[in-house]
Design a protein around this ligand. Structure first.
Ligand SMILES: C[S@@+](CC[C@H](N)C(=O)[O-])C[C@H]1O[C@@H](n2cnc3c(N)ncnc32)[C@H](O)[C@@H]1O
Length: 316
């Protein structure tokens, strides 16, 4: 993600908080992106400064500066959390904070704490229930689509909603799309709105099970779900795809030769990768194609690491 930053340091004695200073015309779109990524610090009020708006952020992300901002009194005592449908995921194991959150937010029915990071081949986490209904299953509404998710059994991130819309915006009507690591189907079902056909594969039976339900829920009749290892897809004799989604940030680069084999000349691959320096995966991409590559930051992952997406035009 790229922000247009006005660089200056606002010095004050109290209430100093990391903020992004963004031009007023971009403030609302940036605020929404930061909110989706769980980076906006809603304990503090954004405020105008000259021709910019200062948006409080929860961590020192690139371009953030220390500013004085006013607290939002009624939210001060709510723990930091990420919302996925009716589930709130806390960053800290705080059962009392979980109860406060549950009673102050009518849309939240369950509060979870992740006992593990995202791990394993299926990219899932283990959770403990801190408050509310003991479940890891919920329904997410995203840009008019509905996705049933089970956070303990299949990967899902609400923080990628803007990214899915970005890719949808790049598409032409009638494209053939392949989602190699489709999870419960959020990319596949979103892109099906413009595609002629979407083939959506995943190795995790629980993810494919939910994807089948989500296809039906959204009446996406042009999505074909598959329980499959992406490595086998080139052997299945598909017509070359116009667009390929590779959202397996820890290992997607290993599948690049398979993706290039499955893509038509002039088609686009969206490769998601976890990186520590800009352009880290460019040499891997250059091993398989010489086409145009545009890289952008999707979201921060941990200090010094971020999720990047490479939009790669395949040249054969
Ligand atoms: C980071 S998740 C992305 C899911 C989905 N695209 C989304 O955005 O919600 C990666 C997915 O890849 C699946 N996966 C891992 N290795 C795979 C493989 N070799 N072939 C197919 N799917 C695989 C996992 O089960 C997981 O659901």
């Amino acid at each position: 993600m790229r922000f247009h930053i006005y660089r200056w340091l606002v010095v004050s004695v109290r209430g100093r908080q990391w903020c992004l200073a963004v031009p007023k015309r971009e403030a609302e779109a940036t605020r929404r992106r930061l909110l989706e990524e769980g980076i906006l610090d809603r304990r503090y009020k954004p405020r105008p400064e000259g021709d910019a708006i200062l948006l409080p952020v929860a961590e020192e992300i690139p371009g953030a500066v220390l500013c004085e901002v006013e607290a939002v009194p009624e939210r001060l005592d709510l723990p930091r959390h990420e919302l996925v449908g009716g589930i709130a995921i806390l960053q800290e194991n705080d059962p009392e904070g979980a109860e406060r959150l549950l009673s102050s937010r009518p849309s939240v029915t369950t509060v979870l704490f992740p006992e593990t990071p995202v791990e394993g081949e299926y990219r899932t986490r283990r959770f403990s229930v801190l408050a509310g209904t003991p479940t890891t299953r919920t329904r997410v509404t995203e840009y008019g689509l509905r996705f049933d998710v089970d956070l303990a059994h299949a990967y899902f991130s609400a923080r990628l909603s803007t990214e899915r819309q970005r890719v949808l915006g790049m598409m032409e009507e009638g494209e053939w799309v392949l989602d190699m690591f489709a999870g419960v189907g959020p990319f596949a079902i979103t892109l099906a709105q413009k595609a002629a056909l979407v083939v959506a594969a995943d190795l995790n039976p629980a993810a494919v099970h939910l994807m089948v339900e989500n296809i039906a829920l959204n009446r996406a009749k042009n999505v074909i779900p598959m329980l499959a290892d992406a490595a086998h897809l080139p052997r299945l004799g598909f017509k070359p795809f116009d667009r390929i989604i590779m959202n397996l940030p820890f290992a997607a680069a290993e599948f690049l030769p398979a993706a290039v084999a499955l893509c038509r000349d002039g088609g686009t691959i969206h490769l998601y990768a976890l990186e520590e320096r800009e352009g880290e995966f460019l040499p891997r991409i250059r091993e398989v194609t010489g086409g145009e590559v545009v890289e952008r930051q999707v979201r921060t992952y941990s200090p010094g690491k971020w999720h990047a997406v490479y939009d790669v035009v395949v040249e054969k």
